[in-house]
Ligand binder design. Structure first.
Ligand code: GLU
Length: 343
């Protein structure tokens, strides 16, 4: 009787140990995100078909040139950490990267100066406010900011080491090109349009200057930031940039090591906490993936170690987030079981 009991206990203990071990088949079942080609191909096409007729939101028009982008454009892409590419819709149409550039410039600063520099000189707290909230910048001493809202992004640009604004912008562009594995160009009409209407960003820069939280000439920093936001990317190129993060800093197409792997979790943490601006909490709750949105209609989401999922659709909601892109990414992420929190 007694030996039967201890045998049962031994079996239970054995099962438990197998279940919790890193090699556990149960763990693999629970956490494994499929990269099966047929599944990824099908999900990208399904997500595109499912949401292509959604008309919610409208192209951002506070930058006049953005209002001219055809609103029906819609593309969905997955690029895996192995460099496999799956596409549906308008994935080769260049659009301005806008705020999706922000985590990549933060990554460049980390690469140059270590990730503590971002924490010390900008901050890493979500503001809970709109991306261009002057209030959030005004109370920066109390709650800090982060490099994914406008004030923190302008500060991040100002931190890039360079002797001139031209050199600073070229460093950012070259870094983005290495992440994308291809040459990129500024969409000049959007740059001019934003440069003529970015008084609000200049206000952020002056408030930062008053608080000693900007590290180059403030107006020069805004100009480089505006150029950075006007870099043109296609959904496919953006997905390669995201896949470089998914692949621990190595571009899966060119195999170039662009970013030290120890900075990748820091970049993804910023994206998780602030990538969707004042909808970041909801995005974490529903999709559970680090992601970054831009008012140009692009969103990149990263499944760490696995893939990037990108949507491009110019109609954005009040928070500045592309409606169809978010829906498509969430659709794919849910079916893949890609939520980083599990489930
Ligand atoms: N260039 C835009 C701005 O500064 C970026 C905003 C965004 O994409 O959210 O307002």
């Amino acid at each position: 009787m007694k030996s039967q009991k201890s045998l049962r206990r031994a079996v239970v203990l054995l099962i438990f140990m197998v279940a919790v071990s890193p090699m556990s088949p149960f763990r693999a079942m629970a956490r494994e995100v499929s990269t099966d080609p047929a599944t990824l191909k099908r999900l990208v096409q399904e997500a595109h078909a499912e949401f292509k007729d959604v008309k919610e939101g409208k192209p951002a028009d506070y930058i006049p040139e953005l209002a001219k982008v055809p609103p029906d454009l819609f593309g969905v892409v997955i690029v895996t950490a192995e460099g496999e590419i799956y596409t549906a819709g308008d994935v080769d149409h260049p659009f301005t990267i806008q705020s999706v550039s922000k985590p990549f410039t933060a990554a460049l600063v980390m690469q140059e100066q270590g990730d503590e520099a971002i924490e010390e000189k900008i901050g890493v707290e979500p503001t809970g406010q709109k991306f261009n909230s002057i209030l959030a910048t005004q109370i920066i001493e109390d709650i800090s900011a982060n490099p994914l809202v406008n004030s923190g992004a302008i500060a991040a640009v100002s931190m890039v080491r360079a002797k001139s604004a031209g050199e600073r912008f070229n460093k950012i562009l070259k870094f983005d090109e290495r992440l994308a594995g291809t040459k990129l160009n500024v969409i000049e009409e959007v740059y001019k349009s934003e440069a003529a209407t970015n008084q609000r960003n200049r206000a952020h820069a002056y408030i930062l200057e008053a608080e000693d939280r900007i590290y180059s000439d403030p107006i020069e920093a805004v100009d480089v930031y505006t150029r950075q936001c006007s870099i043109g990317v296609t959904a496919k190129q953006l997905a390669v940039m995201g896949a470089t993060l998914a692949n621990n800093g190595v571009n899966p197409i060119t195999q170039e090591k662009v970013l030290d792997p120890n900075h990748v979790p820091k970049v993804l943490a910023l994206m998780m906490m602030a990538g969707f601006y004042d909808e970041s909490g909801e995005w974490a709750y529903t999709a559970g993936l680090p992601a970054k949105t831009g008012v140009g209609g692009g969103i990149v989401a990263v499944v760490p170690g696995k893939m990037a999922i990108v949507g491009f659709s110019p109609r954005v909601n009040d928070a500045g987030n592309s409606v169809r892109s978010a829906k498509a990414i969430e659709y794919i992420a849910q079916r893949l079981g890609a939520n980083v929190f599990g489930g």
